[in-house]
Design a protein around this ligand. Sequence first.
Ligand SMILES: Cc1cc2nc3c(=O)[nH]c(=O)nc-3n(C[C@H](O)[C@H](O)[C@H](O)COP(=O)(O)OP(=O)(O)OC[C@H]3O[C@@H](n4cnc5c(N)ncnc54)[C@H](O)[C@@H]3O)c2cc1C
Length: 452
Amino acid sequence: MAKNKKKIVILGGGFAGLECTKKLEEHFQNDPEIEIVLVSEDNFLLFTPMLPQVASGMIETRHIVMPIRTIIKKAIFYEGRIKNIDPYGKIVNLWGSRNKRGISLHYDFLVVALGSETNFFGMSDLEKNAYQMKTLNDAVLVRNRIIDMLEQAENETDPILKKSLLTFVIVGGGFAGIETAGEIMDLLLDVRKYYPNIEREDIRVTVLEALPNILPGFSESLAKFAQEKLTEHGIEIKLQTAVTSFDGDEVMIKKLDTENKDAVDDSKISSIQSKTVIWTAGVTPVNTIKRSLFKTDKGKIIVDDYLEVAEFPGVFAVGDCALFLDPKTNRPFAPTAQIAEAQAKVAANNLHAMIKNKEKTKFGYESKGQMAIIGKRTGIASFLGMNIHGLLAWILWRNVYLSKIPTWDKRFRVFLDWAADMLFDRDISRLKFMRREPEKEYQVLDEVDDVW
Ligand SMILES: Cc1cc2nc3c(=O)[nH]c(=O)nc-3n(C[C@H](O)[C@H](O)[C@H](O)COP(=O)(O)OP(=O)(O)OC[C@H]3O[C@@H](n4cnc5c(N)ncnc54)[C@H](O)[C@@H]3O)c2cc1C
């Protein structure tokens, strides 16, 4: 090992962490003085834009995850959950468990890319009773839940109970919520033929959105088009509507008063009888960040123009966990994979510049466009300054996102899944996975704090 070897540690194997690792590998491929280490809880990259299609059974579960070891070249990978970061001692500690040692990693340079988790805004009943759409586990649970509800509703004789079993409420009208609603409706309509006692009118899919429009970030006309198409497809959209509670049987909702936000008006409160709520209404950085020594705002790490943490030179934060204000709007950038990857590239370039005593560059971002699919072979896209919708946008979405999957093997498998979906019905077998318990941090047993 070279004496003055410098170690760059990247935390998080999502879009930002992996992109940064790849870029650093390019910069330092033949440099024996630089060691690159990537740490992540899962040993794969989750391709989130296709998560709703896993929930609808269109794509096989494992086809939207790419093992990190098949993508990285020079970096050393640790599968582990980060316990804490000590930016003064330049140490990252990993949790131990019955089967793995708790270890500590020293770093010279650090990139924090730990992403985000679902934000329930402190509503514990929703956290307990609602489904989510953030991890692979979430998508599998949602799919199983839908099939389970169909199985129960098919033989249910009480019409009220039957209706509530077949009512699916999606909270949040952003990317994740709208794409999930479209996919769920497609699944329900596709498989209905196997459930002869379920009529089209028995099925209800509702999207609740607190803002006055869905898909913020898209132009008004595209968002309107999406809303019209979803409504034609039978999806009910309730705007300016907030969820106040969900006990597992009934969703309490409140129509928001834009004029007087504090007004208490009982006529604006109503309920939906439903057994299944899918919460996609916001994300927040993971706890490891929130309880870190970094300066944060709404849980996100505050970074400077170079994506560096001002108090700790050599430490960068990128992706969903970093707070960088869009100079055009003076508001934080939306949490998207596109921005996460763009930031990762700049952070890697700046690290290279720092190590080679060159000038760092400021982060700037010009959107290349946005797209979403909304079910029934329909999409919307703003691309190269054009607004496209309908089948063309849906085809564009498929082409663009297929090309973004980082490995040929998974690209091919997703392509085959799409082709099979054109020819065959969806699989309605329900795998009996259990609902995940709220995550506990790993138990620390005889922790051996080696510094590796
Ligand atoms: C359903 C859905 C659809 C979406 N669709 C789009 C889309 O179409 N286009 C788009 O641009 N964006 C989309 N997004 C948003 C996009 O997924 C995120 O903005 C992006 O993943 C952010 O990248 P990141 O690297 O910051 O975080 P992540 O991709 O979340 O990666 C964070 C990584 O850190 C790891 N990690 C977290 N905590 C720990 C810990 N304590 N220890 C170890 N590892 C840890 C995680 O396991 C993960 O690997 C979608 C999101 C969802 C949920």
